[in-house]
Design a protein around this ligand. Structure first.
Ligand SMILES: Cc1cc2nc3c(=O)[nH]c(=O)nc-3n(C[C@H](O)[C@H](O)[C@H](O)COP(=O)(O)OP(=O)(O)OC[C@H]3O[C@@H](n4cnc5c(N)ncnc54)[C@H](O)[C@@H]3O)c2cc1C
Length: 362
């Protein structure tokens, strides 16, 4: 029986674990956290993520646990500038719902998930070394330790890391008392009257929404927790009911881009944000993590030659991933709030396959 040892029970590690488990591999996932969880409100899942979930036979379960916002609206200085229909292009979900689904999928595929176990090193010989110095060997060892990855360094890799200049707060809210109808669409609010600010409102279940509140990373007053409603609400009067109440969950973040010269090193592989983090200006990071993890499992399922499968997978996935990173970086940079008023190309703000609707209808 083939074996894999994976560091990190995030979306990428779990998707790969579920995929390999379904192929009959014996898989152990080591998660540093004491509990299995994924914080940060919600997230957008579009074609790549949906494709990956379907491959794991989780498409229907995801549909049931996720939400289909009615559309995507772009507001600038309080005026609605563009409205697009969401005709099956994207769904939103609470992160915990998607994470929980992948935990179940992995466990149902026989994967052993261990919490409170920090991996110190992955080695190209196919060894994974735990913090207590114990060594575990497998046909494949995987670093899926996220954007804060330390495992790449142990492989002697030079990592290219860009930390972007906007800071953001993610705040999860109960939205049950918002008026029905108009709050069923995602709303992207940009304010250039005064300090440039942006808040993306996303409904992510029938009961929840999350706000991503963005400002220059230098603006530490606005990036403080608990959120300072008086510094945000004047620019976003429509959002006052949410901004003036305590969120269910908040966290502060920066976007990063990570590039590595290679993802495969003998029998050690880096996947997910650890290998190719990108700013979520297109809400694609997790989608790419899921797609690439499932593609890796599929590549390993069609041949007994593990080394050939790893090489074929990396050769196939590098270019599309690089393209996604470039596009996400371009968007993040060109509209970065720390640069002040950008030349906003409104048509770049939404996926090109979404249908515009007239503002009267929107
Ligand atoms: C503000 C924001 C909004 C976003 N919105 C979207 C969106 O809408 N759509 C989208 O597609 N993407 C989005 N993303 C990107 C997405 O969140 C990430 O791409 C994705 O979560 C990365 O998954 P991962 O499994 O690689 O890493 P993670 O989810 O970070 O998982 C890594 C796991 O490894 C564990 N770990 C770390 N070190 C070790 C160790 N040494 N040993 C064992 N375990 C370890 C961690 O505890 C964690 O559980 C967003 C990102 C941000 C910052």
């Amino acid at each position: 029986m083939r074996t894999a040892e994976i560091a990190g029970a995030g979306l990428a590690g779990l998707a790969l674990a579920a995929g390999l488990g379904r192929l009959g591999w014996r898989v152990v996932v080591h998660e540093a956290g004491e509990v299995l969880r994924s914080g940060g409100g919600g997230l957008y899942i579009s074609h790549d993520g949906l494709w990956a979930l379907n491959q794991l036979e989780q498409g229907e379960a995801f549909r049931q646990r996720s939400f289909a916002p009615r559309g995507f609206e772009t507001w600038i200085n309080g005026d609605l500038h563009r409205a697009h229909e969401n005709d099956g292009v994207f769904r939103t979900a609470l992160r915990g719902q998607l994470h929980g689904l992948l935990v179940e999928a992995a466990r149902n595929a026989g994967v052993d998930i261990r919490t409170g176990v920090r991996v110190a090193e992955v080695e190209p010989t196919g060894s994974l070394i735990l913090e207590d110095a114990s060594r575990r060997t497998a046909d494949l060892v995987v670093g899926a330790d996220g954007v804060g990855s330390g495992l790449y360094a142990k492989l002697g890799l030079e990592r290219h890391l860009v930390v972007h200049q906007d800071g953001l707060i993610r705040a999860l809210h109960d939205r049950r008392d918002l008026p029905a109808g108009r709050w069923e669409a995602s709303k992207d609010f940009w304010s250039y009257e005064g300090v440039p600010l942006r808040i993306l409102y996303s409904p992510c279940s029938s009961e929840h929404c999350y706000l991503v509140m963005m400002v220059s990373a230098q603006d530490t007053a606005r990036l403080t927790l608990p959120t300072q409603a008086e510094l945000w609400a004047p620019s976003f009067p429509m959002l006052s009911p949410l901004l003036e109440r305590a969120p269910l969950e908040t966290r502060v973040d920066r976007y990063s881009t990570i590039r590595l010269p290679a993802w495969v090193h003998g029998r050690a592989v880096l996947i997910g944000d650890a290998a190719h983090a990108m700013p979520s200006s297109h809400a694609r990071g997790a989608n790419i993590c899921l797609r690439n993890a499932v593609k890796l499992a599929l590549a390993l399922g069609v041949t007994d030659d593990i080394d050939a499968a790893l090489a074929a997978w990396e050769a196939e996935m590098r270019q599309p991933t690089t393209d996604d990173q470039k596009e996400a970086e371009h968007l993040a940079f060109s509209r970065s709030l720390h640069r002040g008023l950008p030349e906003i190309d409104l048509d770049d703000l939404v996926p090109s396959n979404m249908k515009p609707v007239s503002i009267e209808q929107g």
